[in-house]
Write a protein that binds this ligand. Structure first.
Ligand SMILES: O=C(O)CCC(=O)C(=O)O
Ligand SMILES: [Fe+2]
Length: 489
C-alpha cells in the first residue's frame, strides 16, 4: 500500500487524511515497511509465504471458527491473519445466532469473548497491506474529502420549492431543501437515544441480519469496521407504529413527504407497489456505495440526525459511470469492490474533477433530492438517522416504463406474486392517468424509433431519412421482432 501522505502533488496526499490514525492493534504495518526491516514474522509460515496475503485470506474463508483458532495458534503471522474481521463477520452472519452480545469486534462477538480474554499479541514485524488496509480505511479522516467543494460542483440549496417549480426545472437535478423536514415530529423527537428507549426490542434489518435496535445501538457505539453494518429497514413504518401523511389530514402523522415532490405514480399500484420507504441508521463512516435507485425511481432522503456527504453523477446514455465504478453492458451488475474509504482514497480527487459531478453535505433537518438514474455515493459524517422514500414524478414516467419493460430482470422490490410489474403498472396507469400514459408510451416509441434509425445508419450506411422511409414502409432490420429494444404495446 503506497503511503499517499508521502506522494508529492497528490491532491489528497496531505497528512490530514491519515494523521489521526492510531497504530494497528496488533502492530501490523503496511507492506512497504518490509523494505527497511531486517526480519519478518512471515518467515514462520514456511511454504505459505509464497502465496500473496490476499490468497491466504481467501483460503481462510473456507475454515470454520475452531479451525481458524487452531491455525491462529501456530505462529504470530497466522494469528494476525486469523484476526481478520471479514472472516469472523462471515462466520457470524452464516451462523444466524439469535442470542448474543455485541463485543466490539465480529471475532469477539462470534466467540463470545470478553475484552479481557483477547490477547495482545505483538505482530509488529508483520508487513501486510491486506491486513493493514481495512484498519487504515476504518480510521482515515473524512473531513479532507468533504470540505473545499469546488463551487461548480456544489449542490443547489433552497428553503423549499413549489410542486410546479419542481416539475418545471428540478426533476433531473439534485438539490437540498432546508425547511420542510424541520416541521416533522420525527425530526424534533428522534435521536439514537430516544429510539433506543422506545424500540430497543424491535428488530430491524441491517444488511444480512435482523437485529434488535438495542444490539444495533451497541454495535453503532463500539465498532471499528471499515464498512460498518448499515441499518436499512423497509418495514419501519409498521414496526414502529408510525402514521405517515399530510398533517392537515392526519394530525398524528410522524412525517410527510414534502409537497414539492408532488404525486408518486407508483401509487397507482396500491398494495402491489414495490418497496417505497426505508429507515436508515448508521454510525460515522457508514453509508451507501455508488448505485442508482431501483426501478428508475427518484428519491428524497431526509436527514434527522448526523450530516451526510453526497457525491452524485448524472444519468444518460452517453454518461460514463463515476470513476472507479464499473458496470456490465446492460448495467445490471455494478462492480464497486472498493469500500467507501478506499474509493475516497483512490478516486475522489478524479471524481471531483469529472464534469457533471455534484457534491454537498445534507445536514440535520434537510432533505436531498436524488433524480431518477443518478449515481450516488453517501457517507455519514456522524452517527446518523434518515428516512428515504422513492417515487416516480410524471416527468420520469417514460424512464420507469422503459426500465420495467426493457430491464425486467433488474426490476426489484415487488412482492413475488406481482408477476408482471410492467403490465400491472400499465393497467394501473391506464385506469387512472390514461392521457399521461399515452404521452409516455409515445415518447418511448419515439426513442425506440430513434435508436432503430441509428442502428440502420450504422449497419447499412443509410441516412436518417432513408432509414425512416424504409421503417415507415414496414421493413425492419432487427432481431426477429420489430427490432426495438423496448416493448411497446
Ligand atoms: O443515506 C444513505 O446512505 C443513502 C441512501 C440512498 O441511497 C438513497 O436514499 O437513495
Ligand atoms: Fe440511493
Amino acid at each position: 500500500m503506497p503511503d499517499i501522505t508521502s506522494l508529492p502533488g497528490h491532491p489528497e496526499g496531505t497528512s490530514s487524511v491519515h494523521e489521526a490514525i492510531p497504530s494497528h492493534p496488533l502492530g501490523v504495518k503496511p507492506s512497504g515497511n518490509a523494505l527497511l526491516a531486517t526480519w519478518s514474522l512471515r518467515e514462520a509460515i514456511g511454504p505459505f509465504k509464497r502465496l500473496p496475503d490476499e490468497l491466504i485470506l481467501t483460503l481462510l474463508e473456507f475454515f470454520d471458527g475452531p479451525s481458524l483458532l487452531r491455525v491462529g495458534r501456530t505462529c504470530k503471522a497466522f494469528y494476525a491473519f486469523t484476526r481478520a474481521e471479514e472472516l469472523w463477520k462471515a462466520l457470524f452472519v452464516s451462523s444466524e445466532l439469535s442470542t448474543f452480545t455485541w463485543r466490539r469486534t465480529w471475532r469477539s462477538t462470534y466467540l463470545n469473548l470478553p475484552a479481557s480474554k483477547v490477547p495482545m499479541v505483538d505482530c509488529s514485524h508483520l508487513f501486510s497491506d491486506a491486513l493493514y488496509r481495512p484498519f487504515n480505511c476504518a480510521h482515515i479522516a473524512l473531513e479532507p474529502f468533504v470540505s473545499n467543494i469546488p463551487t461548480r460542483n456544489q449542490i443547489a440549496r433552497f428553503q423549499d420549492l413549489s410542486p410546479d417549480e419542481f416539475l418545471a426545472d428540478w426533476t433531473d437535478r439534485p438539490f437540498i431543501l432546508t425547511e420542510p423536514v424541520k416541521a416533522w415530529p420525527v425530526y424534533k423527537e428522534w435521536t439514537v437515544g430516544t429510539l433506543l428507549s422506545r424500540y430497543s426490542q424491535t428488530k430491524f434489518r441491517a444488511e444480512a441480519v435482523d437485529w434488535t435496535l438495542r444490539t444495533y445501538g451497541d454495535y453503532m457505539a463500539d465498532n471499528s469496521d471499515e464498512s460498518p453494518l448499515y441499518l436499512f429497514d423497509r418495514g419501519f413504518v409498521s414496526k414502529m407504529g408510525l402514521t405517515v401523511g399530510p398533517p392537515d389530514q392526519t394530525p398524528e402523522a410522524a412525517y410527510w413527504p414534502p409537497t414539492c415532490f408532488g404525486e408518486d405514480l407508483f401509487s397507482v399500484l396500491g398494495s402491489d407497489r414495490p418497496d417505497r420507504q426505508w429507515l436508515i441508521v448508521g454510525p460515522e463512516r457508514s453509508g451507501s456505495k455508488f448505485h442508482k435507485d431501483p426501478n428508475a425511481t427518484s428519491a428524497w432522503n431526509a436527514v434527522l440526525r448526523g450530516p451526510k456527504y453526497w457525491i452524485m453523477f448524472p444519468s444518460g446514455e452517453k454518461q460514463h459511470p463515476p470513476p472507479g465504478v464499473y458496470v456490465s453492458e446492460d448495467q445490471s451488475e455494478v462492480t464497486s469492490p472498493l469500500s467507501i474509504a478506499e474509493w475516497l482514497l483512490g478516486f475522489h480527487a478524479e471524481a471531483r474533477r469529472t464534469p457533471g459531478c455534484v457534491e454537498g453535505i445534507c445536514d440535520e433537518g434537510e432533505i436531498l433530492h436524488v433524480p431518477s438514474g443518478w449515481w450516488h455515493l453517501v457517507v455519514n459524517l456522524e452517527p446518523s438517522i434518515a428516512i428515504t422514500q422513492n417515487f416516480i414524478p410524471r416527468s420520469h414516467l417514460c424512464a420507469a416504463l422503459d426500465f420495467l419493460s426493457s430491464k425486467a430482470d433488474q426490476v426489484s422490490g415487488f412482492r413475488k406474486d406481482v408477476r408482471d410489474p410492467y403490465q400491472r403498472f400499465l393497467d394501473g396507469m391506464r385506469q387512472t392517468h390514461p392521457d399521461l400514459l399515452d404521452q409516455a408510451l409515445e415518447e418511448l416509441q419515439k426513442k425506440a424509433d430513434g435508436k432503430k434509425r441509428k442502428w440502420d445508419e450504422i449497419v447499412r450506411g443509410k441516412t436518417g431519412d432513408e432509414a425512416a422511409d424504409e421503417n415507415a414502409g414496414g421493413f425492419s432490420f432487427g432481431f426477429g421482432d420489430d427490432g426495438s429494444d423496448v416493448e411497446v404495446p
